[in-house]
Design a protein around this ligand. Structure first.
Ligand code: C2O
Ligand code: CU
Length: 549
């Protein structure tokens, strides 16, 4: 195993990812940031200098379990104090499994400002994947707002609530195209909106006829659920969140924020023309135009547009094909990790939207999450019991009386920083139960992401989860392991994981605004087994006295 060293400078730059000039956060001048490339069991060292001048930062290594290094998970408020402007912080961790992962800001709503990138972990020398391809390409999908993350965050915590609305653009690997005539304040100033700016020239994938491409497709959308498609080409899904998938073929890939997939695409269509690559919003009645890229057959001119109109988007509110795709994702034969057959604890998490005296929040089991000023990992390890509420939050909701198909009767919720303590090495089942939002006849899709673990996806269902009968339908034979999973509108999703990673770990909806509005929680396990905390993670809240440089 080797050491992979990176030196990153994080700062603001003016960029025009969708042709509209905006302040974005870059890493060494790039957004998406540089791809981290390593082999299984390598150590990655990132020395990050915060040059944002007026803003803190922290970076989370999404999908990397941080076994033995829970303090480098990069989750501000949970595993570390924020990195102050002008300082350098060293992350150091082992990438212990091959596959496709992500990194992104985990401080405030900074991810939306462009601070994200990919982590590709290859197999060790001499080992090979259970599929073959000629080329490997990362494609990060995103949605894009013209308003700053600050303006959005302030709106979310204002009374009355001010919602930023739907994103202006969809980006394919950091590139989109906004129609300048649609700006809210129209201008002819090409400094503001300029469709010939090279920042917003479309993403182009140049392919050689007959070759097979591994596309590592991931989503880091702030809000949107997406459908990704390559006109006229099938895609074979082979990897999900770093686990091999029993291959299946799709025309369009539904992908939720925080998920990563590898698909194989063969350049086997008429090579005399080019094809559209599209990304479209599903699950919301969005007005955002599709994200467009071009699948270019070599030696066609890369600027040549396809002769067709882009393929239509799936019907936004048809959940059936989305549930069907979720259910089709199974572990690949020969690579199955069988789950424990029984669990030690079952926690049902009812997902609701609430209104607490004019403040709109998201909750699980009627608790809306808020961070203490001292990161949990440090508070737990150093026994600072007064920094957060020590009572346990609820393991379920009022199952008999709560109608998940109606807006909540009681819109109130408890604002709390309580956490779930799990017995070390115990097996935990999580049932994510979706419900109606504050608006009648509306339920959203929430992609839930767990830090520090992969979980088995035991099943998906519609309506209210039945704790007596639904577990009988669990897939205990070949469930896929993932770190991010959707709960579909009015549906439930059942997960199982082993609490075998000493530390404090966030579990939250990956929609940036939902997490910001309280849709998350923290698990803690095996704290007595956590090694000595590095002083670099300290300095804030009650940890100031513990900071010994
Ligand atoms: Cu990718 Cu806690 O997030
Ligand atoms: Cu959500």
């Amino acid at each position: 195993a080797r050491i992979r060293r990176y030196k990153w400078e994080v700062k603001y730059d003016y960029r025009s990812p969708d042709c509209v000039k905006k302040l974005v956060i870059t890493i060494n001048g790039q957004t998406p940031g540089p791809t981290i490339r390593a082999q299984q069991n390598d150590t990655v060292i990132v020395e990050l200098t915060n040059s944002l001048l007026t803003e803190n930062v922290a970076i989370h290594w999404h999908g990397i379990r941080q076994i033995g290094t829970p303090w480098f998970d990069g989750t501000e408020g949970v595993t570390q104090c924020p990195i102050l402007p002008g300082t350098t912080f060293k992350y150091q961790f082992v990438v212990d499994r091959p596959g496709t992962y992500l990194y992104h800001a985990h401080y405030g709503m900074q991810r939306e400002a462009g601070l994200y990138g990919s982590i590709n972990v290859a197999l060790p020398d001499g080992q090979s994947e259970p599929f073959t391809y000629d080329h490997d390409q990362n494609i990060i999908l995103n949605d894009w707002y013209h308003k700053s993350a600050y303006e959005q965050a302030v709106g979310l915590s204002s009374i009355p609530f001010q919602w930023v609305g739907e994103p202006q653009s969809l980006l394919i690997h950091g590139r989109g195209k906004f129609n300048c005539s649609k700006l809210t304040i129209p201008t002819l100033d090409t400094g503001v909106c300029n469709t010939t700016n090279p920042d917003c020239s479309p993403f182009r994938l140049i392919v050689v006829p007959g070759k097979t491409y591994r596309l590592r497709i991931s989503s880091l959308t702030a809000l949107s659920a997406l459908s990704f498609q390559i006109e006229g080409h099938n895609m074979t899904v082979v990897e999900a969140d770093g686990h091999y998938v029993e291959p299946f073929v799709v025309q369009n890939l539904f992908i939720y924020s925080g998920e990563t997939y590898s698909v194989l695409v063969k350049a086997d269509q008429d090579p005399t023309r080019n094809y559209w690559i599209t990304s479209n919003i599903v699950s919301r009645p969005a007005s955002t135009p599709p994200g467009l890229g071009i699948f270019v057959y070599y030696p066609n001119h890369p600027r040549r547009s396809p002769p067709t109109i882009p393929p239509p988007a799936p019907v936004w509110n048809n959940t059936r094909p989305r549930i069907a795709q979720s259910q089709a994702i199974k572990a690949r034969q020969g690579y199955i990790h069988t789950p424990p057959l029984l669990s030690d604890r079952v926690i049902v998490f009812l997902n609701t939207q609430n209104n607490i005296s004019g403040l709109v929040r998201w909750s699980v089991n009627n608790v809306t999450f808020t961070f203490p000023h001292t990161p949990y990992l440090i508070a737990l390890k150093e026994n600072l019991t007064h920094v957060f509420d020590q009572n346990p939050p609820p393991d379920g909701y009022d199952f008999m009386n709560y109608d998940i198909f109606k807006a909540p009767e009681n819109k109130n919720a408890t604002i709390s920083n309580r956490i779930y303590r799990l017995n070390f090495n115990s097996t935990v089942d999580i049932i994510l139960q979706n419900a109606n939002t504050l608006n009648p006849n509306n339920s959203e899709t929430h992609p839930w992401h767990l830090h520090g673990h992969d979980f088995w996806v035991l099943g998906y269902g519609q309506g209210k989860f039945d704790i007596y009968n639904d577990p009988k339908k669990y897939n205990l034979v070949n469930p896929i392991m993932k770190n991010t999973v959707p709960v579909h509108p009015y549906g439930w999703t059942a997960l199982r994981f082993k609490a075998d990673n000493p530390g404090a770990w966030a579990f939250h909806c990956h929609i940036e605004s939902h997490f910001y509005m309280g849709m998350g929680l923290v698990f803690a396990e095996g704290i007595e087994k956590v090694g000595k905390l590095p002083s670099s993670i300290m300095g804030c809240g009650e940890t100031q006295g513990l900071y010994r440089p």
